[in-house]
Write a protein that binds this ligand. Structure first.
Ligand SMILES: C[S@@+](CC[C@H](N)C(=O)[O-])C[C@H]1O[C@@H](n2cnc3c(N)ncnc32)[C@H](O)[C@@H]1O
Ligand SMILES: [Zn+2]
Length: 309
C-alpha cells in the first residue's frame, strides 16, 4: 500500500520554524516526510533529524529523504529527542516540529487496525510492537477501560461500553475492529448514535491514545525537548484534539511566563524569568483553500514558541 498522507499547515510550519539554510532541525513525527522534505529542501550546510516510531513511516521517510544528504532518519519515540541528539553528537537544534496523531496511511491501512471503517484485527500500534488494542480490550478491568474511554475522548457511554466489552469477552475474545464497533453501537442509545459522526469514533480515538501512550509521550517531550533548542530556536506543534492542544498551550504559556510559584501566591518568590516567547499569539489554523482540500486540516492547530536569546 502506498504511503498516502497530505501534510497539514505545510507552509505555515515553514514560516513559524523560520528555517535557516545552516540550521539544525528535528521533525519528531516524520510520517510520509511531507514536512521533513520541505525542511530538507531549504537546507544547505544545515541538518535534519527525522524521527518516527512506525517502521513503515521510517522506511518511507528514508526513501523520500534519500535525495537530501543533510537528513538522518531515526526510528524512535519523540520523547527520546534529547537522547537521540546526544547519540548523534548534536549539542543543540534550531527548530523542532511535532505533527501529532496518526497519518492517513496508518488510519486507512486496514492491516493496522486503527479504523472503524475496515474490518481488521484490533491493533492500533504505531510502533508495531508492545501492547495492542487487542490486549487492552481483552485484558483491562472494566474501571480501567471506562477511564480510558472517559479521559481520552470524553465518551459519555464509557461505562456501558466497558461493561459490554467485558460481557462479550466472557464468551470469546474480541478479535476485530468490526466486533468492537458492534459492541460500541449496542452500548449507545439510538438517539445518541445518530449524532456527531460515527458512533465508534470517540472510543477508537481513546483506545488509540492509550495503546500508543500518546499523552505520556507528548508530556515527556514537552518537558525535555525545549532544553535541546539553541537560543532563538523554535518549537512548533500541530495538534488535532483538545486534550493535546491544552497540554501544549499550558506548557508554552509556562515557558513564556517563567514563574513556577503556585497560582495563589500573592507575589513571585521563585524569581524565574520567561524562557520563551510566543511566535503567534493565537494558534494557526488551516485557511479556506486547505480546508476544502484536506479534511484532516479541520481540527489542526499549530502553536509555536521561540527560545529567548
Ligand atoms: C500526522 S503523521 C505525520 C505526517 C508528516 N508530518 C507528513 O507530513 O508526512 C504523525 C506521525 O507521527 C508518528 N508518531 C506519533 N507519535 C509518535 C511518537 N510519540 N514518537 C514518534 N513518532 C510518533 C506516527 O507514527 C505518524 O507517522
Ligand atoms: Zn515565581
Amino acid at each position: 500500500m502506498e504511503f498516502a498522507h497530505v501534510s497539514v499547515l505545510l507552509s505555515e510550519c515553514m514560516d513559524v520554524l523560520n528555517i535557516r539554510p545552516d540550521g539544525v532541525y528535528v521533525d519528531g513525527t516524520a510520517g510520509g516526510a511531507g514536512h521533513s522534505r520541505e525542511i530538507a529542501k531549504r537546507l544547505t550546510s544545515g541538518r535534519l533529524i527525522a524521527i518516527d516510531k512506525d517502521p513503515d513511516a521510517v522506511k518511507t521517510a528514508k526513501e523520500r529523504l534519500a535525495p537530501y544528504s543533510q537528513s538522518t532518519v531515526v526510528q524512535s519515540d519523540f520523547y527520546r529527542i534529547p537522547e537521540i541528539l546526544e547519540e548523534l553528537g548534536i549539542p543543540g537544534v534550531d527548530g523542532i516540529l511535532l505533527d501529532l496523531g496518526v497519518s492517513s496511511y496508518q488510519f486507512d491501512n486496514p492491516e493496522r487496525g486503527f479504523s472503524y471503517n475496515y474490518d481488521a484485527k484490533l491493533d492500533m500500534r504505531m510502533s508495531q510492537s508492545g501492547l495492542s488494542a487487542y490486549d487492552i480490550v481483552n485484558t483491562y478491568a472494566v474501571p480501567d477501560l471506562e477511564r480510558i474511554l472517559r479521559e481520552f475522548s470524553e465518551e459519555k457511554f464509557a461505562y456501558k461500553i466497558a461493561r459490554n466489552i467485558e460481557r462479550a469477552r466472557q464468551q470469546a475474545p474480541v478479535e476485530t475492529t468490526f466486533q468492537l464497533v458492534e459492541i460500541i453501537k449496542q452500548s449507545i442509545p439510538a438517539a445518541a448514535r445518530r449524532e456527531g459522526g460515527h458512533p465508534a469514533k470517540r472510543a477508537f480515538q481513546a483506545l488509540r491514545i492509550a495503546v500508543n501512550g500518546e499523552l505520556d509521550s507528548l508530556s515527556r517531550c514537552l518537558d525535555t525537548a525545549f532544553d535541546c533548542l539553541n537560543p532563538g530556536g523554535r518549537f512548533a506543534i500541530i495538534t488535532f484534539q483538545s486534550l493535546e492542544d491544552r497540554m501544549v498551550k499550558q506548557k508554552f504559556k509556562a515557558l513564556c511566563t517563567g514563574c513556577t510559584c503556585p497560582p495563589d501566591f500573592p507575589v513571585c518568590i521563585c524569581g524565574k524569568t520567561p524562557r520563551a516567547k510566543l511566535v503567534t499569539r493565537k494558534p494557526v489554523e488551516a485557511g479556506k483553500e486547505e480546508l476544502e482540500k484536506n479534511n484532516r486540516s479541520h481540527s489542526a492547530r499549530l502553536r509555536a514558541v521561540e527560545k529567548i536569546k
